[in-house]
Design a protein around this ligand. Structure first.
Ligand code: GLP
Length: 240
């Protein structure tokens, strides 16, 4: 696992944003998946700036969401949808058909999974997936113990994920399940970037880099991907 260590969060965000821009320049109709959560917020802001300056043309590109808390919608502060729209899509002029995102309030979760699977396959797969890493090594909501042969599916959330979730919400919430792209969806993407920032991620980053691929640490399962780029800032690399 090759790890690129950059100085700080700003450099991390700029590096990953440049990689997305390069992907879209090479393939204007690229399908990009960017995680929700706190880590990619700087990437969103760098991409919005680049788009406003005309440094990247996103008019032909498409975006697919990585995951969502089951039961939450865009109206719920801290949902993945609310965060990605609030920091990214609301600041771009994309057409509705360019975006596919899980509806966490769906009454038919299995059909919702197939809808997102279809969006991806109709576009010939994902060009680039940009991932964060959970405190327990999860990728999207592929939790410890994750199978590698899954496409979009529903997950029972790990206790760590349930307790970490409080940082996103403005009120106490019981989130027990998530809906996520599966490890197979992610491993079938043309390229994968795993990003991590901050000292609190240092232990899981070190474990991910050192341990052989194991479902106990889902991020290690990315090691089999031929075009995986791991980018971390110095605090997140401090235990390497
Ligand atoms: C969250 C999300 C993931 C995210 C990861 C890290 O629970 N489900 O999509 O990548 O955990 O989140 P953060 O970037 O906020 O640390």
């Amino acid at each position: 696992m090759n790890v690129e260590i950059v100085d700080d969060y700003q450099a991390l965000s700029a590096t990953v944003a440049q990689r997305i821009i390069k992907t879209v320049k090479e393939k204007p109709d690229a399908l990009i998946c960017i995680a929700g959560g706190d880590t990619p917020l700087g990437v969103f802001s760098a991409l919005v700036d680049a788009s406003r300056k005309g440094d990247v043309d996103l008019t032909q590109a498409a975006f697919v969401g990585l995951d969502e808390w089951l039961g939450l919608s865009k109206a719920d502060k801290g949902s993945c949808r609310e965060m990605v729209w609030g920091h990214f899509f609301d600041h771009l002029t994309l057409r509705e058909e360019q975006i596919c995102f899980f509806d966490g309030r769906t009454a038919a979760p299995a059909e919702e999974c197939r809808r997102v699977d279809r969006f991806i396959s109709d576009r010939g797969g994902i060009s680039l997936v940009v991932l964060g890493i959970g405190m327990n090594g999860h990728i999207g909501f592929n939790e410890p113990g994750a199978a590698t042969d899954t496409y979009c599916h529903i997950v029972d959330l790990d206790a760590v994920t349930q307790s970490v979730s409080a940082k996103y919400f403005d009120q106490p919430r019981q989130v027990k399940q998530g809906i996520t792209l599966g490890m197979k969806t992610i491993l079938e993407a043309n390229s994968v970037i795993l990003m991590a920032s901050g000292e609190k991620k240092a232990a899981i980053v070190a474990q991910t880099v050192r341990e052989p691929a194991t479902p106990a640490i889902p991020a290690t399962l990315l090691k089999s991907h031929p075009r995986l780029q791991v980018v971390v800032d110095k605090p997140a690399a401090s235990r390497l």
